[in-house]
Design a protein around this ligand. Structure first.
Ligand code: SF4
Ligand code: SF4
Ligand code: F3S
Length: 268
């Protein structure tokens, strides 16, 4: 074995919006370029690949063969299970077939985003395609990095942990790494002193909202959502902010049943 060889990563896209990949594209430490050029060997990724068609599928099969038992499989997107999975096909194969084929030789499987972690947006009622999670289809637990999109640093940290220690980080009962998902958003929210003092924004743009008061009465799900968003900012806001920091209530995007599957009602 070549000790300098970068670990192979196969990244599958199924029912999703590619927001998880977009989120990762905006990471700055490390940048995606550094990750895929220096740290890992991204051998298959439909949106970042230069190759297309048969060439792309051949690259996936070659990488799987050459790195059997050693590559990391990342799944982005839910997997439709109704009608034998015909609602999502890549290269003529259903998502069900593909994820099973790729997981068989993988050292570890990581589900990135809420779609792959528990069905996410595509599984919203009435879920016409039977959108399911990677672990449901594979019939075994996988590491999950939920969020819509997820914080890219939670994904990168899990990958770097795996590359450093040769094992996956400790996770909760939903497969979420404890280092990122063991505290409620509400516990570390910068608006928490306002919550404790009973100062709430009652409408978007009112005086309380403009002064940074608590968003609970605008539907904030921070008190029932486990995620580290207030601690490690991410995405288009220069890595210094997060939904509540920008003035929007947390919609519980990391929690099944808290966010998408229920409408957000103002409680005021
Ligand atoms: Fe898009 Fe959200 Fe699904 Fe990621 S989890 S692919 S951001 S819908
Ligand atoms: Fe909690 Fe949300 Fe209020 Fe922050 S804005 S203190 S997370 S209820
Ligand atoms: Fe999602 Fe709430 Fe964080 S909406 S990004 S879990 S603040």
């Amino acid at each position: 074995a070549n000790p300098t060889k970068r670990p192979s990563v196969i990244w599958l896209h199924f029912q999703e919006c590619t927001g998880c990949s977009e989120s990762l594209l905006r990471a700055e430490h490390p940048t995606l370029e550094r990750l895929i050029l220096d740290v890992i060997s991204l051998d298959y990724h439909e949106t970042l690949f230069a190759a297309a068609g048969h060439q792309a599928e051949a690259a996936r099969k070659a990488a799987m063969e050459a790195n059997k038992g050693k590559y990391l499989l990342v799944v982005e997107g839910a997997i439709p299970t109704k009608d034998n999975g015909i609602y999502c096909k890549v290269g003529g194969q259903t998502a069900i077939d593909l994820v099973k084929e790729c997981a068989a030789g993988a050292a570890a499987v990581v589900a990135i985003g809420s779609c792959a972690s528990w069905g996410g947006m595509p599984s919203s009622g009435p879920n016409p395609t039977g959108a399911s999670s990677a672990s449901t289809v594979l019939g075994k637990p996988v590491v999950t990095i939920p969020g819509c999109p997820p914080n890219p640093y939670n994904f990168l940290s899990a990958v770097v942990y795996y590359l450093t220690f040769g094992k996956l980080p400790a996770v909760d009962q939903l497969g979420r790494p404890l280092f990122a998902y063991s505290r409620l958003v509400h516990e570390n929210c910068e608006r928490r002193p306002h919550f404790d003092a009973g100062r709430f924004a009652l409408e978007f743009g009112d005086a309380g909202h403009r002064q940074g008061w608590c968003l609970y009465k605008l539907g904030c799900k921070g008190p029932e959502t486990y995620a580290n968003c207030p601690v490690i900012g991410f995405n288009d806001v220069g890595e210094v902010s997060w939904p509540v920091g920008c003035g929007h209530p947390c919609i519980g995007c990391t929690e099944q049943g808290v966010g998408f599957t229920k409408p957000i009602h103002a409680l005021a």
